[in-house]
Design a binder for this molecule. Sequence first.
Ligand code: G3P
Ligand code: MG
Length: 346
Amino acid sequence: SQVQDINKEKTAKAKNMAFAFDIDGVLAHGNHAIEEAKIALKMLNGDNELGIRIPHILLTNGGGKTEEARCAQLSEILEQPISTDQFIQSHTPMQALAEYYETVLVLGGEGFKIREVAENYGFKNVVHPKDLVAWDPTISPWTTLTDAERAEAKPRDFSQMKFDAIMVFADSRDYQTDFQVIMDLLLADDGKIMTKAKDPVATRIPIYFSQGDLLMPTEHKGLPRLTQGAFRISVEAQYKTLTGVDLERVVYGKPERATYTYADEVMKAWMEELHGVARLPDNIYMIGDNPASDIIGGNMYGWNTCLVRTGVFQGKEGENDPNSPANFGVFNNVLEAVKAAIAKEL
Ligand code: G3P
Ligand code: MG
């Protein structure tokens, strides 16, 4: 019948589209879901006129916990299942680096959670800045470890250890210690702590940052809060001032290309899981709140971009971002964006 033909056509179109969602400022604020996000995800999980699942991946610059832990937390607050197979956080693509570096300083995030993240990625010898403080408290003049931190820290004989790389995986929770230890290793001779290189560049070990956002949305009512980009700029300025040399560094996360090529692989595999074909759909919609990462990155990568008003972007009704305008439009929230994309494609 005609109705069946129309549904068949719509189903084919639905199978040729997918979404990439930002998390903070789009689906949630910290650990609180944005109400419209619950409805949007439910819709994409089959609660729609065709009763089919529309693939969506989560592409966040957040991090600090294992993928399993974060997906479990998101599934609970969003009341929809989120699989690690559809999930990319800022440091997820950095697991590829485990092939090149064995001993790494890894920092950021709550407590020592980042250690498990890095070990899951295959890094063999993971050192947390507070392991160094537990070994030699004079390393960080203003930090005193709590009893709990002392119990969890893993001091070893670091005097003989050679670090291969520095990895910032999430926001620092102890700027002073983290700045100091990073600077110690950048200035050291070939990653040997407590040494000083004669030439600041020749034997310097590499430093990686999991994402470059300067600002992030939170529940705070005033301006957006500073995040890892602000920490990185400070590291760069300290290094330049101490050595006179610009710091070379690598940044992952949106809007860096490596993150999008990684997202393509995840998207293909998720398409196969849902629709049985490992290919990219022609129409990918990125829904984000930060013009300087989500929107500029999606625009450069040929995705349709939707900017929402529930996060970093604080433009007025009818305004797009002047520097990185969303090419599909600006929406009050994620649900409006999802509905508009579906209406356009089907
Ligand atoms: O910028 C830090 C982080 O909170 C951003 O997360 O999900 O908005 O990319 P997201
Ligand atoms: Mg965001």
